[in-house]
Design a binder for this molecule. Sequence first.
Ligand code: ATP
Length: 251
Amino acid sequence: MVLEIKKISKNFGGIQALTDVSFSVEEGEILGLIGPNGAGKTTMFNMITAMYPPSSGVISFVGNPLSNLKPHQITEKGICRTFQNIRLFSDLTVRENVMVGNHCRLKTNVMQSVLRTKAQKAEEARVLATSDEILEVVGLANDKETIAKNLSYGAQRRLEIARALASRPKLILLDEPAAGMNEKETNDLFNLIKKIQTLNITVLLIEHDMPLVMRVCSRIIVLNFGKKIAEGTPSSIQNNKEVIEAYLGVE
Ligand code: ATP
């Protein structure tokens, strides 16, 4: 088991965003986390990534509780994420955006180049090679020098995923990656998520695009008003009466 969510609750003042939610994420799977707007999905991601603590309950990653950690420590442990709204360094190149994800920027100034130690140069070469490999994976190898804001919308979304992958995670949390994508971009995203799985990275996916979710996920968790109402294979979820009433029926 990669991630274990045990009786997690979260309230914000008077708002009960999550109530006693438990589920686990198995190594290598693509697990969907779905539910209507306001169901608590992003709140769950925010707690897994230590943006704020749960009101109660425990989150464990590869068997160890994730309590009292800072977001960057979560990244170091091997969990990365993307956000609902694109968060890129829009004036940096595609490659630089990925390198930032790897906590390193190359310094090209000549003086700095003279002063750099051998170890730093080796580290920079490693970061460059890794960044280029990741750009290959997400299909942006030909756009390395493109300024991020000049990419198409779908490509910007893929760059976000590339930047997350740059931290070499064991688990990636994708928050509505298909939002705003056209059919071709969504299809490319499907292929990318499948490719991420082949890299031995486990995927937890929040998504409202049900055809994509049903196609790409092996298992799905459904939240409604902060509570887990169902868990199972795509076909069992599609036929679940409570899920249809709460969510799928109104799509
Ligand atoms: P969507 O599909 O629209 O993104 P969601 O399932 O991700 O929805 P959340 O964003 O997790 O839902 O929100 C769950 C509930 O918690 C909502 O009622 C929301 O208003 C509330 N909430 C989330 N974050 C905060 C916060 N920082 N302060 C106060 N309330 C919050």
